[in-house]
Design a protein. Sequence first.
Length: 166
Amino acid sequence: MRKSEKIIKKIILFSAFLSGICILLMMLMTMWDIIGRRFFSSSVPGVYELSSLGLVVISFLAMGYPQIEGENVGVTMVYDRMKPKVKAVMDFLISILCIALFSVVVKQTITFALRMTDSNQITPVLHIPLQPFVYVTAIGIVVLILGFILDLLKSIRDFKGDRLDV
């Protein structure tokens, strides 16, 4: 079980790394556009489109990372007062619910991407097809589901009394 958890964690970290690369590329593109406008009176065409598409990549590929780090926002007034076994059961049920919910979201996202493929939707300025970015959205949600699977495994260990962390 520990080896599969390490593999899942590596996938999530790789996805977050790709998100970071995209942030770097967007920053360089924006900087280049600003320098071009200020010093050469020439803007890079399609920067707004590329920034919008880049935000999709950044947002969805990075979603799994805060999940495995426990950095997502939560209201824990009642949860903090629960006993460890009750917390483990609650974590287990929440993880199952989230996996089920986001599995439906992935299915619907892929269905939407397939529909977009039939209609061949593109961006107005650069004529970039939109379907690959919808598929990236689905991949990002799958990565988030992997984070919930790690939480599920952790809750099972917590319930059993194992305190081994990955």
